[in-house]
Design a protein. Structure first.
Length: 100
């Protein structure tokens, strides 16, 4: 297989990559929202989301952005695996901190 061909984005997993991209953006927005709410709560002496929630959302956002970069740049088996990693990390974060 050509090295340049492995670096081109795949059209085969386009829908999966698009969904994981939307989730990656959503996780970044949730992390920024958590940071903002925590700063607001600290400035007003209110209970905020807490350090655990803020750190977990930031770590999850970094993980999904990294995985999404891999999914967007490669055309081999790495693309769908990275997209599925975005789905799994996003689902675990949403389940743990929002739904459960």
């Amino acid at each position: 297989m050509d090295v340049e061909a492995a670096k081109r984005p795949s059209r085969t997993y386009g829908f999966l990559r698009a969904v994981s991209g939307v989730l990656a953006v959503g996780m970044v927005l949730l992390a920024l929202g958590n940071i903002g709410v925590q700063f607001y709560a600290n400035s007003r002496d209110l209970p905020g989301p807490g350090t655990l929630s803020v750190v977990a959302h930031v770590v999850a956002a970094l993980l999904v952005v990294g995985a999404q970069i891999v999914a967007d740049r490669y055309a081999d088996w790495k693309a769908p695996v990275a997209s599925l990693a975005v789905l799994v990390v996003s689902a675990a974060t949403l389940w743990t901190f929002w739904w459960a």
